[in-house]
Ligand binder design. Structure first.
Ligand SMILES: [Zn+2]
Length: 391
């Protein structure tokens, strides 16, 4: 099976994250309990949003329209980037899965984004260092951080870590859902940990100052990745298994260990936030609050796994989503929790300003402005500064 199929689905996952009505679920109407000075209307958002570093630890600026991963950004998508107030996004440029196509396909995708960034210098900039985050913020452009969601583009050659670093890759997830040469993904029943090669890649990434991502990794690979890295690591997009026991979510043990070593977990806006049915902002907030309880407020962020623009639930979108789920099941990469009638976005957090809306909701529930600033991007910015120092 060709990696292209993985690419496409992964892109669709990335492309499908936001949603419809602006209604706040009844369960979230906690404005009465908000402390003095906090935003009392969650829909009003947050006055501090435009000053904050807003980081989406996994997402994409495109893909709200056709779902094609080779479609250049449209004028509407570009306008949404300016409107979004998002400072930077970890964008997947690496192919997922095995096979001989993974290496050339990855460079093809890097080439695609290089052209997009060059074509739209007023909207986009490549983020290669922590200082670039500040430049993106000051200039109102979206910072693009190149990342992988599978280490298979490395092949069997640890020196490729250095090569991809030269091309701007700053984050590499050690495995996707299945097993690769580094370790087991979260769908592997054997639950093997990091291999010898996996250990070598961790060492090479530490030496290069690249951020290790363990989002899709199995339990043992996750624990091994955290403990064997000399630098703090990330789980850029996941949920909490204590709330929803699915393979893509992380146990309290994993989260506690991650935080103890200085890492950050990004909570996603994905179906895995609940076992059945379409999740909403209420589910996201449950997971964010649980992660803060377990990790502390310095170790939680957001990795939407979605797009900046608003997703319209058109018949074409529904059809494509169903085909996509069927295809992933055929390929054996569909994780439990992926369903034909559950969409990869939250219906009440849809559109370019969804993270501002989320901030308003968190403030309305009594979380402090300083905590919300950290969750929206401050924590990931701190982690990037710490790990990318060696770049
Ligand atoms: Zn992912």
């Amino acid at each position: 099976m060709r990696s292209r199929a993985f690419d496409r689905r992964e892109f669709l996952l990335l492309s499908a994250a936001a949603v419809a009505s602006a209604a706040v679920p009844a369960g979230l109407a906690a404005a009465e309990s908000a402390p003095a000075g906090a935003v009392t209307d969650a829909k009003a958002g947050w006055a501090g949003y435009d000053k904050a570093l807003v980081i989406d630890a996994l997402g994409s600026p495109g893909g709200s329209g056709t779902g094609a991963n080779d479609a250049p950004l449209s004028a509407a998508e570009l306008a949404d980037l300016h409107a979004s107030g998002v400072t930077a996004v970890n964008l997947t440029v690496g192919s997922v899965g095995g096979g001989p196509d993974v290496f050339p396909d990855t460079f093809e995708r890097i080439g695609f984004w290089e052209r997009e960034i060059d074509t739209h210098p007023d909207f986009l900039m490549k983020v290669k260092s922590a200082a670039d985050l500040d430049r993106a913020k000051a200039s109102g452009r979206l910072g693009i951080i190149y990342g992988f969601q599978d280490a298979t583009p490395l092949g069997e050659d640890v020196n490729r870590v250095k090569i991809f670093s030269r091309f701007g890759v700053r984050i590499i997830q050690l495995t996707y859902n299945r097993r690769n040469l580094l370790g087991d993904g979260c769908l592997e029943p054997a639950n093997a940990g990091l291999s010898r090669f996996g250990q070598q890649v961790v060492e090479a990434m530490n030496a290069q100052g690249l951020l290790i991502d363990l989002s899709h990794c199995g339990h043992r690979t996750t624990v091994d990745g955290i403990t064997s890295s000399k630098q703090p690591v990330a789980i850029t997009h996941a949920g909490c298994a204590a709330l929803t026991d699915l393979p893509r979510n992380k146990t309290d043990e994993e989260l506690r260990l991650l935080a103890k070593r200085g890492g950050v977990v990004g909570i996603y806006l994905m179906p895995f936030l609940r076992s059945h049915g379409q999740p909403t902002s209420a589910d996201l907030i449950r997971h964010v609050e649980h992660a803060v309880d377990v990790c502390g407020e310095d170790h939680v962020g957001i990795g939407s796994d979605g797009v900046v623009s608003r997703i319209e639930l058109t018949p074409e979108f529904v059809k494509r989503h169903r085909e996509d789920i069927a295809n992933r099941r055929r390929l054996g990469i569909s994780a439990p929790g992926e369903e034909e009638d559950v969409y990869t976005f939250l219906p009440d957090l849809n559109g370019p300003r969804k993270l501002e809306t989320l901030a308003g909701m968190l403030l309305a529930r009594g979380h402090s402005e300083s905590r919300v600033t950290k969750i929206l991007g401050g924590n990931f910015a701190r982690l990037f500064r710490e790990v990318w120092r060696a770049v």
